[in-house]
Ligand binder design. Structure first.
Ligand code: CMX
Length: 438
């Protein structure tokens, strides 16, 4: 299997780099930690290791060193579409090289062979109460698949340096089944349909998802699915979903257990749920005016939101200090395909007005849009209007990045995570010591 061969070939070199760092330079100081960072959610403490992606505050995410425009340009495109094959992105994240079209298709074909979801998972989903949140169903389905884990089965039979191999098997199985499960949840929850979705190995990941969701492809939803999964795949290791996957995986819990945990974190309103809030705000604006407002009307509405003590969703970022390139890629997609859509015009106007308002308010460190400022708008255009489903879409994409990290964490033998805690009294004593005259 192509990913297996490519990763195996790189292992000696990566393991040697890790050995040199860990054995010969373990005492080199990387960062210092302040009281504010300990109380403030460990913000910005440089303490995680990943080579899969890096967020540059002045530029945004880079996947394996490549910016979003570079990735979208370089990866092989899907047949009949303008967006790259998701299989090509998975190859890039796993291997660190841009694949040829054939190599990208090898990943797609692996997915095609593995995209069968066992009957008991469907039965379990069907037996859940109707009002269950789609993210709960999604996470449950992943957990239910855990008994299929090759990693869990082989754990006692193999040595540590071979863990990455069943981890890769599980990662491919998991990522192959996620679009099938998500589409089933979508059709079941909102349309009462319980037919098993059929993944056609002749089509790529995006096309299959579009067909299984029942969203007519003539309008380009397959391309949006490809773009969406690529853009949401990875954002370093410190965000809640990626970190949850890494943390649980560091206990050698298999990829199904670990990814279910990642989804539970993604389901939180401060993380993956934010995209639905952004669309909600845009629709609130549109409903209030009954049309796309003028610049002045929007300026006042934005100030009213702030004065009411609310944030403007889709703007600001904990790390980024420029417009999120994931926002820009999605805005370009919308402007190229449906520039006259009211919500797209509104999102564009908001992009013009809100940064100015946030700058005038002077609080947000970054007044620019983040990925969520537009992502819901695109789904809405294609008829996926069930807001609470949007985080499931995020979850499919996020699986690509976090499983690549999982495989490499096992390949490099990264140990169980165990930071040290302090008590409040200890922090106060440290502060007192600092304040005492020398
Ligand atoms: N509207 C109003 N106020 C904002 C703001 C916004 N969009 N963004 C930041 N601020 C405020 C903060 O609430 C904070 O105010 P207080 O000092 O009163 O607490 C102040 O500006 C400083 O915040 P910051 O350091 O710039 O931002 P944080 O790192 O604390 O928070 C984020 C980042 C994304 C949570 C914040 O910008 C926000 O709430 N944005 C709106 C919600 C949103 O879009 N979430 C999606 C995030 C997507 C992602 O993480 O990928």
């Amino acid at each position: 299997m192509i990913l297996h061969e490519k990763i195996e070939a790189q292992l000696p070199q990566w393991r040697e780099r890790m050995r040199v760092l860990a054995k010969e330079h373990a005492d080199v100081v990387v960062d210092h930690v302040t009281v504010g960072q300990i109380i403030g959610g460990m913000r910005d403490i440089k303490s995680l290791l990943t080579d899969v992606s890096f967020v540059d505050p002045a530029e945004g995410i880079r996947f394996r060193g490549m910016s979003i425009p570079e990735v979208l340009n370089a990866l092989p495109k899907a047949r009949g579409g303008k967006m790259p094959l998701v299989g090509g992105l998975y190859y890039l994240l796993m291997v660190g090289e841009v694949p040829t079209k054939e190599q990208a298709w090898e990943v797609e074909e692996e997915w095609g062979r593995r995209a069968v979801v066992p009957d008991y998972v469907y039965k379990m989903l069907k037996s859940m109460p109707k009002e269950t949140h789609p993210m709960t169903l999604f996470s449950q389905a992943v957990l239910a698949l855990q008994n299929q884990s090759v990693f869990a089965k082989k754990y006692h039979e193999i040595k540590k340096d071979a863990y990455w191999e069943p981890a890769l098997e599980d990662s491919l199985d998991l990522t192959a089944k996620l679009p099938v499960i998500a589409a089933f949840i979508y059709r079941m929850k909102y349309f009462g349909e319980t037919r098993k979705p059929r993944y056609n190995p002749k089509w790529d990941y995006g096309q299959n998802f579009s067909r299984m969701m029942g969203v007519a492809d003539k309008k380009g939803y397959a391309d949006l699915a490809r773009l969406y999964f690529i853009l949401h795949s990875d954002h370093e290791s410190g965000n809640v979903s990626a970190h949850a996957m890494h943390l649980v995986g560091s206990a050698l819990s298999d990829p199904f257990l670990s990814f279910s945990a990642a989804l539970n974190g993604l389901a939180g309103p401060l993380h993956g749920l934010a995209n639905q809030e952004c669309l909600g705000w845009l629709i609130e604006v549109k409903n209030k005016f009954g049309r796309v407002p003028t610049r002045d009307e929007l300026y006042k509405f934005a100030w009213d939101t702030l004065n009411a003590g609310h944030v403007i969703p889709g703007y600001g970022h904990a790390v980024l200090r420029v417009p999120d390139p994931r926002f820009t890629a999605q805005m370009n997609f919308a402007k190229q395909r449906f520039p006259d859509d009211d919500l797209v015009r509104l999102a564009d106007l908001v992009f013009d007005v809100v940064p100015q308002v946030l700058r005038e308010q002077g609080k947000a460190k970054n007044p620019a849009p983040n990925v969520d400022a537009i992502s819901g708008t695109l789904q809405y255009y294609y008829g996926v209007r069930q807001f609470d489903f949007y985080t499931v879409l995020f979850g499919i994409g996020r699986a690509l990045g976090v499983t690549a990290n999982y495989v490499w964490a096992r390949a490099l033998g990264l140990p169980i995570e165990r930071p040290k805690s302090l008590t409040t009294k200890m922090l106060e004593e440290m502060v007192q010591k600092e304040l005492q005259p020398a």
